[in-house]
Design a protein around this ligand. Structure first.
Ligand SMILES: Nc1ncnc2c1ncn2[C@@H]1O[C@H](COP(=O)(O)OP(=O)(O)O)[C@@H](O)[C@H]1O
Ligand SMILES: [Mg+2]
Length: 238
């Protein structure tokens, strides 16, 4: 459903993405890992259209994505979360959901909002002020709920688990599995926690200095000497 070919992005002299090709099939959940600064968020920005690649092609369900405005794409197929949770200030949880829904699906569907809030465990907090009344875990759940409210077929999750303790991570892993079971979704998830990624993703892609250095099962990828070296700085190939 998603096809990136030979994508390169430069910021001044820095190659944030260097000839990245990636193909994701409908229904897949793919983990995207790599050290800080590897280009993971940039790749999401390219997919969601906020950054135009200088080279390469990208297609979603066969449609060329390069020339379409951000919002048109989001309406059609894409939901994403941001690395820093961004609740809309001065709005309640439910109002945040309605804004997201109008942005994505075009119309407000109160029943769908209730269903999603219940799925992510925020139904009792619908009237809370989103920016000031939620814990970190609840803000992250709202980020996912907002992304779901746009009725995406492709969901991009950028470090939604970062900052949570082990228990919170396990709960979120279960939540993501439940979301996949409920909606027909393709998911790309950026995540540092290897245990979480291995539990959730049958396939993992690794970026390092903007290059895609591995793509395979978590077992194979996390055994790969090059991947281990990029994560730890220790070259185990010697
Ligand atoms: N808008 C930008 N302008 C300039 N440099 C950027 C910008 N966005 C990201 N970068 C740089 O590109 C590289 C990749 O960043 P990013 O995609 O955020 O990495 P990751 O998400 O893997 O940590 C980093 O060196 C970062 O500093
Ligand atoms: Mg990032």
């Amino acid at each position: 459903m998603l096809e990136l070919a030979n994508i390169s992005v430069r910021f001044g002299g820095l190659k944030a993405l260097d000839d990245v090709s990636l193909r994701v099939n409908a229904g897949e959940i793919v983990g995207l890992v790599g050290p800080n600064g590897a280009g993971k968020t940039t790749l999401f920005n390219v997919i969601s259209g906020s950054i135009r690649p200088r080279e390469g092609t990208l297609a979603l369900d066969g449609a060329d994505l390069r020339s379409k405005p951000d919002y048109a794409r989001a309406r059609r197929t894409l939901g994403r979360t941001f690395q820093i949770p961004q609740p809309m200030k001065g709005l309640t949880v439910a109002e945040n959901m309605r804004v997201a829904q109008r942005f994505g699906a075009g119309a407000v569907d109160t029943e769908a909002v209730a269903e999603i809030l219940s799925l992510v465990g925020l139904d009792a907090l619908a009237d809370r002020d989103a920016a000031t009344g939620l814990s970190l875990a609840e803000m992250k759940a709202l980020e996912i709920a907002k992304a779901l409210a746009t009725r995406p077929r492709l969901l991009l999750l950028d470090e939604v688990l970062a900052g949570l303790e082990a228990h919170g991570k396990r709960r979120f892993t279960q939540l993501l599995a439940a979301i996949r079971a409920r909606y027909a979704l393709t998911i790309l998830i950026i995540e540092h926690d290897i245990e979480t990624i291995s539990t959730l993703c049958p396939r993992v892609a690794v970026l390092d200095f903007g290059r895609l250095i591995a793509d395979g099962s978590p077992d194979a990828v996390f055994r790969d000497a090059v991947v281990v070296a990029s994560y730890t700085g220790v070259d185990v190939r010697a």
